[in-house]
Design a binder for this molecule. Structure first.
Ligand code: DLL
Length: 430
């Protein structure tokens, strides 16, 4: 279960990578079965013995691991090692109930640093660069994940953490940091605050924005790049698997490379649980191949994406995942029409008269659902609101086959900004 070098393993012919994965799948299934009671029971119940699993193709024999399994085994029932060997704990808070507690051995932290370094290198960053880390430090994996990886690479880390936005701007300007990592919604907020302080965000020294931890559509990315005059690259990950660094974009910006020698991806139809055909959208399922403290077999992430097995122009052969379009449990069903908040975002941001701030409110009126969309105008808008509201409604109804009941355009700055943590855009009052 060693750490491998990016230069080799992410560019292997796929058949060779496959041999490594097959071997690691055999190891991890046996390891989980022998060291985690939950897996022993789950496999026994499914009538599968670790010896039946000869490689990645046999993963389909295994049951899925779900968020509920973490909840049922709270806090550390899924751990495969004694606490003595766990040297770090993190947690991810869901919207309800207890957080999911995750643990790391020393080797797990090595793997985490390694995959984070791959991401930095892929974004063209080196030991000569300075990274301002605006992810929260604490139980959230973002702060320490980025911090440790950047430190290992030898970058200069400025550990501002989340919040305190004016100081973030001053630090960026004064220290001349080349890169910043943060959520995409906070990136835009930071640009706003910088402007209020009299800076042009494009004049800040940043050349790279590393964003992730929440969904971000392509128009939103373009807006971040434009505001900071920087390249924005995406990072995907989740605590249950390791934290940030499961998959990262390179400078080609054509999908996030999943570090497949450590995390094996499958995409399933969330309804049937069957694998979808290559290139089809579905729910991402991940198996850890090298984790010691918390091996996870076939974890249902809830995140919807598509995989591309073609070789990237950067030369890496590992599979790329598309930006997450939504969570299987985020699907909005309004008067029988299904859609994801990201679809609304993509339509809204086509309009240059509006700023990338919006919220969706769902209510029930009598027996009917009602959807209201509130969007902010840009500073320089001086046209007719009614006319623009009409155009946005029309465009949404063309794309979503659904017309929002209300579209309201509001003054710049009216929609609350997320300063720490993940942005919330959908408020379901039903
Ligand atoms: O958000 C880890 C992370 C930190 C990733 C910093 C990237 C950067 P959790 O708090 O456990 O971990 O939340 C994981 O966040 O299942 C997705 O639903 C969502 N998420 C993470 N990255 C992305 C992304 C961190 N790039 C959950 N796009 C995941 C969309 C994302 N959603």
């Amino acid at each position: 279960m060693g750490v491998s070098d990016d230069t080799d393993v992410t560019r292997l012919p796929r058949a060779e990578l496959r041999r490594i994965q097959d071997e690691r799948v055999r190891e991890v299934v046996k390891y989980a079965y022998e060291n985690v009671e939950f897996y022993e029971r789950a496999l026994d119940d499914a009538g599968v013995h670790p010896d039946d699993v000869t490689g990645v193709d046999d993963l389909t024999l295994l049951p899925f691991t779900t968020k509920e399994d973490f909840r049922d085994n709270y806090p550390t029932g899924m751990f495969a090692v004694e606490m003595e060997d766990v040297i770090r704990i993190h947690a991810s808070s869901g919207t309800t109930g207890k957080p999911k507690i995750v643990g790391y051995t020393r080797d797990d932290l090595d793997v985490w640093r390694e995959v984070m370094m791959r991401g930095f290198r892929g974004a063209g960053l080196t030991a000569a660069d300075t990274l301002q880390n605006a992810y929260s430090y604490g139980l959230f994996t973002g702060g320490f994940g980025f911090h440790d990886g950047a430190t290992e690479l030898g970058m200069t880390v400025v550990p501002t953490g989340g919040g305190n936005t004016q100081r973030q701007v001053e630090m960026l300007a004064d220290l001349g940091s080349d890169a910043i990592c943060l959520t995409p919604s906070y990136a835009l907020y930071l640009a706003e605050v910088a402007e209020d302080m009299g800076y042009d965000p494009a004049d800040l020294p940043l050349s790279t924005v590393l964003y992730g931890a929440e969904p971000c559509t392509e128009p939103m990315r373009t807006e971040i790049e434009r505001r900071f005059d920087a390249t924005a690259v995406e990072n995907y990950g989740l605590s249950e698997i390791i934290g940030p660094g499961v998959a990262v974009e390179c400078l080609e910006q054509t999908g996030m490379h999943i570090w497949e020698d450590h995390f094996y991806p499958e995409v399933i139809n969330p309804e049937t649980g069957k694998r979808v055909a290559e290139g089809e959208e579905g729910e991402l399922v991940l198996t850890t191949l090298t984790k010691q403290a918390l091996p996870v077999l076939r974890y249902r992430t809830g995140d919807l994406t598509t995989l591309d097995y073609g070789t990237c122009d950067c030369g890496r052969t590992v599979v790329r995942m598309d930006s997450v379009t939504g969570r299987a449990d985020d699907l909005l069903i309004v008067r029988g029409v299904n859609f994801y908040p990201s679809e609304v975002e993509s339509v809204v941001l086509e309009f240059e008269e509006v700023a990338p701030y919006y919220r969706i409110d769902l209510r029930r009126e009598g027996t009917l659902d009602r959807l209201d969309l509130t969007v902010e105008l840009t500073d320089d808008f001086d046209g007719s609101r009614a006319e623009l509201e009409g155009r946005i409604r029309k465009r949404l109804s063309n794309v979503l086959s659904f017309t929002p009941d209300g579209v309201e355009l509001v003054a710049p700055g009216s929609i609350e900004r997320t300063k720490v943590g993940k942005v919330q855009r959908v408020y379901d009052h039903r």
